[in-house]
Design a protein around this ligand. Structure first.
Ligand code: NAD
Length: 278
């Protein structure tokens, strides 16, 4: 019997780069998978691919910031596959309005040119967007889908944190703070649900080249930017991650091998978080 046979998996942001790979993996392990994404066509595309390869999946449009939309997706899920056993909270990301132009503020920046975004220019709406998408966008799906788990007295939640939750990255205070909130919430929820058989853990990917960060890390010709080079210099394994690098940890967290593990955030980072830079 396959590891996730008879399990129902919900994965938010499942139309994206990292989470579509995770959706495919859980299907391969025998789960029935619901791929939820703001972009319906992306969710459906991933589901179609899984079904073509002999798995069972549905693609559903859902906004992780809108409880009504999540409840609608849950109703579809129940109709097609039954209640949720495993929730992977993958929807997330940064926004340019929560990002400074430079890593360090310097005295001359007070007389700045128009295009420079310093700390003083950060738009509270941009910061709020990033906090909402990452934190509220994790909390609301837990409220909706963990109810299924509480009823069956068993379940598994996997959140997606990031390197910047351990130590903030320069330029992206909103994304760093929001991911730190996710790691903290993972611990809180693990304790809160510990008496009803629901485990809550998180994965913290290091640096994976995706559409979200390609502009920050590579030049148009594919060469690394200064920031891309700094990341590789601080990653002892000297490379970016690939989506497949996440799958071993995902399988472990989803399965009985981690039955006594709850409240942890696992770095998958080629050593980035262990390295002091010296
Ligand atoms: P991605 O942009 O490819 O995927 C994110 C998906 O979320 C997209 O399909 C998008 O449509 C969907 N989405 C956005 N807003 C949504 C909403 N309101 N409701 C529902 N879906 C919504 O990004 P990715 O690189 O695959 O990242 C996946 C997760 O991993 C994110 O939480 C990201 O913050 C995290 N992460 C990524 C990296 C990296 O290096 N790429 C590193 C650490 C953590």
């Amino acid at each position: 019997m396959k590891l996730l046979e008879n399990k129902v998996v919900v994965i938010t942001g499942g139309g994206g780069v990292l989470c579509s790979t995770m959706a495919e993996k859980t299907a391969e392990l025998g789960a029935k998978v619901a791929i939820l994404d703001l972009k319906r066509e992306n969710a459906e595309k991933v589901a179609l691919e899984i079904n073509k390869n002999g798995g069972q999946a549905i693609g559903l449009e859902a906004n992780v910031l809108d409880k009504a939309s999540l409840l609608k997706a849950q109703a579809e899920l129940h109709k097609n596959f039954g209640p949720c056993d495993i929730l992977i909270n993958g929807a997330g990301g940064n926004h340019p309005k929560g990002t400074t132009s430079k890593p360090y503020f310097e005295a001359e920046d007070l007389e700045k040119d128009e295009d420079l975004i310093t700390f003083f220019d950060l738009d509270p709406e941009g910061i709020k967007f990033v906090f909402d998408l990452n934190f509220i966008g994790t909390l609301l799906p837990c409220q909706v889908f963990a109810r299924d788990m509480a009823k069956s007295q068993s379940g598994n939640i996997i959140n997606i944190s990031s390197m910047n939750a351990f130590t903030p990255l320069t330029k992206i205070p909103a994304y760093s703070g929001a991911k730190a909130a996710i790691s903290n919430f993972t611990q809180w929820l693990a304790v809160h649900f510990s008496k009803v058989g629901i485990r809550v853990n998180a994965m913290a990917p290091g640096f994976f080249l995706t559409e979200q960060n390609r502009r920050l890390l590579t030049e148009e010709n594919g060469d690394l930017t200064a920031r891309g080079n700094t990341i590789i210099d601080h990653t002892p394994m000297s490379r970016f991650g690939t989506p497949e690098d996440l799958l071993g940890t995902l399988e472990w967290l989803c399965g009985e091998g981690s039955a006594f593990v709850t409240g942890v955030t696992v770095p998958i980072d080629g050593g980035f978080s262990a390295f002091s830079g010296v």
